[in-house]
Write a protein that binds this ligand. Structure first.
Ligand SMILES: [Zn+2]
Ligand SMILES: [Zn+2]
Length: 177
């Protein structure tokens, strides 16, 4: 999975993991710290299984249940964001740092590539929604699904190949009474 910002890069490190952990209400345990650091440092969107494997490399004693529970806590504590990325690969959820500037996700439903966009297009969309609906937006989580440029080309080729191989159309079936 690749992901990168078009236009502006997010200002990383505006808030550090350490600062996030100082938020009241969420006690810092070693395992929480490990997971939060993994998510903050990854430029990607990692699912719980992937995070579990990475966390286990750091702390062999960590178990799957703890990872899932910790992710839930980090989400509730607003330290990480949970995404489903259009469920392009099943039911799992993906986690990403809240240290990034607000952005939207474009998910390719064919190859699973995830691209992010920041900046003007998103601000414009926000403004339009606020103006149009008189709605004050506090948080926006935008995901769109479709085909990336590469997959669009491949799909055209696949459809042409399929059309070339297709048997001639069958005569219309006779209507049953
Ligand atoms: Zn694609
Ligand atoms: Zn993202």
């Amino acid at each position: 999975m690749t992901c990168y910002g078009l236009k502006e890069q997010p200002p990383m490190g505006a808030r550090s993991t350490q600062e996030s952990l100082k938020k009241p209400g969420l006690r810092l345990t070693r395992q929480r710290r490990i997971l939060l650091e993994l998510i903050d440092r990854s430029g990607h969107h990692l699912d719980a299984e992937h995070l579990y494997r990475l966390a286990k490399e750091r702390d062999p004693g960590i178990n799957r249940v703890t990872v899932y529970r910790t992710l839930k806590l980090l989400k509730q504590g607003q330290l990480v964001d949970e995404l489903d990325l259009m469920h392009y690969d099943g039911d799992q959820h993906y986690y990403e740092t809240r240290l990034k500037q607000e952005h939207a996700h474009m998910v390719c439903l064919r190859c699973g590539k995830v691209e992010e966009f920041f900046g003007d297009p998103l601000r414009k969309l926000r403004r339009e929604i606020e103006t149009h609906f008189g709605f004050q937006i506090l948080v926006a989580r935008t995901e769109v699904g479709g085909y990336c440029a590469h997959c669009q080309v491949l799909r055209v080729r696949e459809m042409q190949e399929a059309a070339a191989q297709a048997p001639p159309p069958a005569p219309p079936a006779r209507r049953r009474r």
